[in-house]
Design a binder for this molecule. Structure first.
Ligand code: GSH
Length: 240
């Protein structure tokens, strides 16, 4: 039996969610409401003491890290392959997913978390202090400490936007030559990983990411949005 603990079809949670749906795998959908801090509940902390999502549980064993979860799913459930057979293309796929994990995601997180400043700064100070003390992941704790006080500085936001500009250029460049998917004809875990973050780009960076400036990204986003697995994603959002 598979269970996925996640925040819904967004960011790192979207990565394994989309993989499970693309593969047509049945799973226990454990969606946690981040606004209610459900990932801090003892029941979830017993599964992941780090208090972050996504986490996959398979036959009683847990797998963390969104990109690693997808490689695990591919190893265990190779039907409906999402990893190419060719070793060079596999390496390309891993370079692309690594870039999202190490470069794209942190930059987008800065912008996204800054947007939560109005919500976080209204939280009662004593409650926030207790929550911060209860966050085991240092990077997550620093993020919440920042947005519950001042938010990120202009310099930090400018740096994050500079990096997102590089992500846009890279994605448009990868799709050069009219290829449908990031590895060419083969739809892969690289498309899934990039799609976990890329739909935010036209909203966050409209001057740099729009159908005129980046037509290949616009067309790829449309192709992604038309996939049955992507069309099913709203069913996996937290019920609010
Ligand atoms: N590198 C990890 C990142 C996990 C992570 O930071 N998850 C975020 C959601 S995208 C989280 O759980 N944050 C908790 C919080 O903000 O309180 C992965 O790819 O799974």
């Amino acid at each position: 039996m598979l269970a996925l603990y996640h925040f819904g079809p967004v960011a790192n949670s979207l990565t394994p969610l989309l993989c499970l749906l693309e593969k047509g795998l049945a799973f226990d959908n454990r969606v946690l409401d981040s606004r209610k801090w459900e990932h801090h509940d003892p029941a979830f902390r017993a599964i992941n003491p780090n208090g972050v999502v996504p986490v996959l549980v398979h036959e009683g064993r847990t797998v963390g890290e969104s990109t690693v979860i997808n490689e695990y799913l591919e190893d265990v459930f190779p039907e409906v392959p999402l990893r190419p057979a060719d070793p060079w293309l596999r390496a390309e796929m891993r370079v692309l997913t690594k870039y999202v994990d190490e470069y794209f995601c942190p930059a987008l997180t800065t912008i996204g978390a800054h947007g939560a400043t109005p919500f976080a700064s209204k939280i009662d100070k004593a409650e926030m202090a207790a929550r911060l003390a209860n966050m085991p992941d240092e990077e997550v704790r620093r993020k919440w400490a920042t947005v519950s006080e001042t938010g990120y500085s202009d310099e930090e936001l400018a740096d994050a936007r500079r990096k997102l500009g590089n992500c846009i250029a890279r994605l448009e460049g990868i799709l050069d030559g009219g290829r449908p998917w990031l590895l060419g004809e083969f739809y892969s875990l690289a498309d899934i990983k990039w799609y976990s973050m890329a739909p935010a780009l036209p909203r966050v960076m409209p001057e740099a990411c729009n159908p005129d400036a980046t037509p290949r990204i616009a067309a790829w986003l449309e192709r992604m949005a038309a996939r049955p697995a992507v069309l099913a994603l709203p069913d996996y959002a937290p019920k609010r």
